[in-house]
Every structure is written in C-alpha cells, then in structure tokens.
Ligand binder design. Structure first.
Ligand SMILES: Cc1cc2nc3c(=O)[nH]c(=O)nc-3n(C[C@H](O)[C@H](O)[C@H](O)COP(=O)(O)OP(=O)(O)OC[C@H]3O[C@@H](n4cnc5c(N)ncnc54)[C@H](O)[C@@H]3O)c2cc1C
Length: 428
C-alpha cells in the first residue's frame, strides 16, 4: 500500500522555481494551493505584474492535491442562524458567497487549458436518520424554484437507485454538482497563473515579517523581501510562524483510501453514474469512484488523534465495508491524509491580519469551490475593488482563549460527535 495520494499517480505535485523570489514583488502570496493560485490569477488578469507565489512544499502539495475531489457549495449553517450572528443584510451576502462558489469554479474552469476530469455527475447526501431526511426535505423546500428543480429527495426504499447500500434512511440528489481530479485541477490553475506571468517558487517558507518586510527560508538560506502586499493562503497548514491565524483555526486531519481497480460493472452497480456521495453524520463518510470508475475512494475522520496512513487505513476499510460489504476484502492500494481547517464559528474568513497581511481561510472541509472563489474575492480586496467588503469578508474571526493552534481538545470533541451520531441512530 502506498502512503501517497492516489491522485499523485497521474499528477504528482510539481516543483516551481528553486531560486529566491525577487526582492520587491507587487504581491507575495504564501501558499500554492487553490486559494493562492486563484488569487494570483485574478490579480494577473487585472493587469498586475511581478506577482510571486511561494510554497514551503511543492505546488499544491497541501490539501489541494489530496482531497476527495467532490465539488458543490453550501454553508455549514442556515440563513436563520447566520441572521442571528451577522444581521439580515450580512447574512444574505454570506449565503451569496457560498452559493457563488460553484458557479465561479465553473467559470474559472473555462479559462483553464488543462483537463482535470471535471464531471457534473450529481452529488448524493445520505441521510443518517429519519430526522436528517426531514431536514434535507425542509432545506429543499426553502430553495428558490429553479434550484429546487435540481434537487430530489429519495426515501429509504429508493436509496438503492442512487447508491447500493442499506446504511441510509433516505438520500438527496443534487444535479449540477459532481467531481474533479484535485491534483490535475491545482496543476491547471498553476499553469494558467504561469501563463499570465506569475512566478511560483517552491521550497520557500514564509517565516515572518511585518511593516512591509517578509522573511523567507529556502534552499539558499534566509532572504528578506519588500512586497507591496502579502496574502497568507495556507489554510490548514498554518505553522507557529503565523500565531494570529493559528489562534483562530482548528486544523483537522482528514483521511482517504483508494482500492485497487475492481470490475467496472461491479463498481457501477455500487454507485451508478459515478456520482459523489457524503452523508449527514457529524463524523461523516465521503466517497466516490475514481474518474475511470474502477476504484472506490473512501474518506472520513478515521481517528481524531494524529495517526499514520497505515493506522487510518484500517479504520477507513471498516467504514467502507460497513457501507459496501462487497468491498470488505478489496485490496487497499493507497492511504493518505491532509489538513482541513475549521473556524470556531464554522464560517469562512477573509480579511487582513493586524500586521496588514491579507488572509483567506477556513473552508470547513468544502474547499475546492470555496478556495477557488475566495482566492478571487481576497484578490478583489487586494485590488481595492469597490464592493469587495461584503459577505464573509471582514467578519469577526473568533479566537479561542488560551488556544495556540494545537487542538488538544479534538479527541474529546471527536468522541462526543461520534457518540451523538450513534445516539441519533439508536433513537431513530
Ligand atoms: C483528505 C481531504 C479531503 C478533502 N475533500 C474535499 C472534497 O471532496 N471537496 C472539497 O470541496 N474540499 C475537500 N477538502 C478540502 C480542500 O482540499 C481544501 O479546503 C482546499 O484544498 C484548501 O486550499 P488552500 O489553497 O486554501 O490550502 P492548501 O491546498 O492546504 O494549501 C496551503 C499551502 O500553504 C503552504 N504553506 C503553509 N505554510 C507555509 C509557509 N509558512 N510558507 C510557505 N508555504 C506555506 C503549504 O505547503 C500548502 O501547500 C479535503 C481536504 C482533505 C485534506
């Protein structure tokens, strides 16, 4: 079993320039994932030159080449909950930001020359309990008519039309959402950025800076830059060099496995039409087939303590066998993990840190479309475009008292969530 992402078979992360970046870039973007690259594209498309993206690793080596490749949009809270926290106007704009993510991704995709297996095959949400099915039904009923037509609710006796499992009490199918190859997608963004003149330097870590100074450490030692602007786009990989951000972000490891190729027809029977699937549990399963349809790619929070790819593979295999008993003995060819980040209020946050650097963070596990769109939105702020201060931009980014970015509480919170999932099902 390999302990690297299945996606890297076709698209391993690329190196950028190893040389030190130029001393005075117009914009220095820290993090070469979807957020940083999307921001770079928007800045370059607006005519800015001398844009530099750096990454401590290779291009997209963070979550952007490791994720499940499921695309859609949606907030982790309802409009009513948002209204209570942000007031009616801001809440509506925040929902517009979430709703705008998927259309923005599809527009940006049209500008990319590389193929990345985009497939709007539809997304299934499995209902863990009858209550969850009722909530999905109510959520659909609140949608505007045009969107409602693209969403269908299926009772327990119809779930097997969408997915061959008996663990769900019903399901929702969302047309127009679907899948892409995450590592090919991040490559395609990097190619577009380079075509627009953006310089990408890898192996260079931002180690601090303030007042117009940025200190980087890389293959040639430490260098000092004087960028006009800085964007921190490190999401779940924020290290001790970013204490302000670390106090506001809970990084969570998410794990995935891939099976060795299985007979196509057997896989087509399990998830017809190669749709993508997630469920309504607190500690959810998310899964899909590989773009060629022959492998199962299964993800979830196998453990809440930091664990290795080998340890997590066992947990995920058990989850997969629970969902699809026919795959209980399937060979696992790959097991990998990556960091996602959550905010204390489960909202995405963009804005400026006290030292003046811009940031965009916390897509709460739904980051392919959101990171692409929020990269664009934060670039609008960097360009000073009128109207940029709306939605998730500049909302209060809460910090947890006495928290330094090491989430010691995760095992307890994880156990509590697992208990709630079990309890809800037991009562069902
Ligand atoms: C296993 C897994 C499954 C997921 N599944 C899905 C899914 O199916 N659908 C979905 O929408 N989302 C999913 N996500 C979430 C999604 O991948 C992320 O939200 C998204 O990739 C975030 O992109 P980003 O550019 O903000 O951050 P990242 O891609 O994580 O990039 C951050 C980069 O910053 C770099 N960095 C950090 N610190 C420094 C520094 N000091 N100096 C220089 N560079 C630095 C890192 O090396 C890294 O490359 C998943 C994530 C994981 C881990």
């Amino acid at each position: 079993m390999k302990t690297t992402p299945f996606w890297w078979e076709d698209a391993p992360p690329e190196q950028g320039l190893a040389s030190p970046p130029p001393e005075s870039p117009s914009a220095l973007i820290v993090g070469a994932g979807y957020t940083g690259l999307s921001a770079a594209i928007t800045l370059a498309e607006a005519g800015m030159s001398n844009i530099v993206v750096i990454d401590a690793g290779r291009i997209g080596e963070g979550a952007s080449s490791r994720n499940g490749g499921q695309i859609g949009n949606g907030a982790k809270f309802t409009l009513k909950q948002a209204e209570r926290r942000f007031g009616p106007d801001r809440a509506r704009q925040i929902m517009e930001d979430y709703d705008g993510a998927m259309p923005f991704l599809l527009d940006r995709a049209k500008t990319l020359s590389d193929d990345f297996d985009l497939n709007l095959c539809g997304a299934v949400t499995g209902a863990h309990t009858r209550n969850d099915l009722a909530s999905l039904t109510a959520w659909r009923a609140d949608l505007p008519q045009t969107e409602r037509d693209r969403v269908t609710i299926h009772g327990a006796d119809q779930v097997n039309r969408l997915i061959q499992t008996d663990i769900y009490r019903g399901a929702m199918l969302q047309e127009g959402w679907g899948a892409l190859h995450p590592a090919k997608y991040v490559r395609a963004l990097a190619r577009r950025a380079r075509e627009l003149g953006v310089a990408i330097h890898t192996g260079w870590r931002w180690i601090g800076g303030t007042g117009g100074i940025a200190r980087l450490q890389g293959p040639e030692g430490t260098v000092v830059l004087r960028p006009d602007m800085v964007l921190i786009a490190v999401n779940g990989y924020a290290g001790p060099e970013l204490p302000w951000l670390r106090r506001r972000i809970v990084p969570v490891q998410s794990y995935m496995i891939a099976t060795a190729p299985q007979p196509f027809d057997a896989m087509e029977a399990l998830i017809p039409g190669n749709r993508v699937v997630a469920d309504t549990k607190h500690v959810l399963y998310y899964f899909r087939r590989s773009p060629d349809g022959t492998r199962m790619l299964f993800g979830g929070r196998a453990r809440f303590r930091s664990s290795t790819e080998v340890q997590s593979a066992e947990g995920l295999r058990a989850f997969m066998a629970h969902t699809f008993p026919s795959l209980a003995r399937a060979e696992i060819s790959h097991s990998w993990l990556g960091n996602v980040s959550f905010a204390m209020d489960f909202c995405t946050h963009l804005g400026r840190m006290p030292d003046g650097a811009f940031y965009s963070s916390c897509y709460n596990g739904n980051g392919i479309s959101m990171a692409t769109y929020m990269g664009h939105r934060i670039a609008e702020a960097m360009l000073g475009r009128s109207g940029h201060d709306r939605g998730v931009m500049n909302t209060r980014f809460p910090a947890l008292p006495a928290y330094d970015g090491r989430p010691w509480f995760l095992p307890m919170v994880g156990s509590w969530y697992r208990f709630q999932d079990k309890w809800a099902r037991w009562r069902d």
